[in-house]
Design a protein around this ligand. Structure first.
Ligand SMILES: [Zn+2]
Length: 251
C-alpha cells in the first residue's frame, strides 16, 4: 500500500524505483448541498486512487485538496483556487516527482470544474516527455451510470451521495436530505448558451439531482467500477514503453 507521504526517504527510493504509475488525486472543497460534506469531491477522488494504490505497482501521491470552485463561493465554507493556480500546483508537484525518475502519472479528478486546468497541465507535461493523463471518474464509468439510469451531471445528487454512503455513511447528514433540492439541470441556458454559472442562481439548496434516490449498494457498484477502470488504465499506461510523443511531429 505505497503512499508517498507516509514513507521515509529510503522507503520512497524503493517505492519510486519499483512503481510503474503515480496517482495524484485532485478534489475540491465546495458546498455539496445540505446533506454532504464540503470535501465530497476530494473524498471520492482520494478513495478511488487509494483503493487502486493498494497494489504495489502504483504509488499514491499526496493530492491537491482544493480545486476550482468559484461557482460555489456564495455558499458557506467553499474554498477555491484559480485555474492558473491549480495548473501551476499540479505542474510543480508532478515535475518534482519526475526529477526522481517517475515518468507516468494519472491525475485522478473528482471535480468537473478542475477539468480545463488539469487537461492543460497534462498536455504541458506530455510536451516535457512526462506521460500524464486525466482520469475523470464519471466519464470512465459512464456506461455503468447509464445502466443504473443515473445521470453523469450530478452535484450532491444520487451519484455522489451513493458514493459517499459507500465510502463512509457517517458523512451523509440525514437531516439535510429533507432540505435537498430536486432540480436536474446544471446552469441556466438561453438558446443553448449558458447564462447562469453560479450554483446559487439555479439551486437554492446547492444540489442538482435528487439525493433521496441514493443508496450505499449503488455507491459500492460505482466505486468498484471506478477502481477497476483506473486499475485497467494504469496497466495500459505502464505498458506504453515507447515515448508517446515520438510520433507527434511530421518529418
Ligand atoms: Zn461533487
Amino acid at each position: 500500500m505505497p503512499e508517498l507521504a507516509k514513507l521515509t526517504w529510503p522507503q520512497a527510493r524503493q517505492a519510486i524505483q519499483t512503481c510503474d504509475v503515480a496517482l495524484l488525486p485532485v478534489g475540491s472543497v465546495e458546498q455539496h448541498g445540505p446533506h454532504l460534506p464540503l470535501g465530497t469531491d476530494w473524498f471520492i477522488a482520494h478513495h478511488i486512487a487509494a483503493q487502486v494504490a493498494r497494489a504495489p505497482r502504483w504509488l499514491l501521491l499526496p493530492g491537491v485538496v482544493v480545486g476550482v470552485s468559484h461557482e460555489h463561493l456564495q455558499f458557506w465554507g467553499t474554498l477555491t483556487v484559480s485555474a492558473d493556480e491549480l495548473r501551476a500546483l499540479v505542474l510543480a508537484a508532478v515535475r518534482s516527482a519526475a526529477t526522481h525518475g517517475m515518468r507516468r502519472f494519472v491525475l485522478v479528478n473528482g471535480h468537473g470544474s478542475n477539468g480545463a486546468a488539469l487537461d492543460e497541465a497534462a498536455r504541458l507535461l506530455r510536451a516535457d516527455g512526462i506521460a500524464a493523463y486525466v482520469f475523470n471518474w464519471w466519464q470512465a464509468i459512464a456506461d455503468t451510470l447509464s445502466a443504473l439510469s443515473l445521470q453523469p451531471v450530478d452535484h450532491a445528487g444520487p451519484v455522489e451521495t451513493s458514493l459517499i454512503l459507500a465510502i463512509d455513511p457517517g458523512l451523509v447528514h440525514g437531516d439535510g436530505l429533507r432540505d435537498a433540492g430536486q432540480g436536474t439541470e446544471w446552469g441556466t441556458f438561453v438558446e443553448g448558451v449558458q447564462v447562469e454559472f453560479d450554483a446559487i442562481r439555479f439551486t437554492e439548496a446547492g444540489n442538482v439531482g435528487d439525493p433521496r434516490l441514493a443508496d450505499a449498494a449503488k455507491g459500492h457498484v460505482l466505486m468498484a467500477e471506478a477502481v477497476a477502470k483506473l486499475t485497467q488504465f494504469c496497466i495500459w499506461l505502464a505498458d506504453q514503453r515507447d515515448d508517446p510523443l515520438a510520433a507527434a511531429h511530421k518529418p
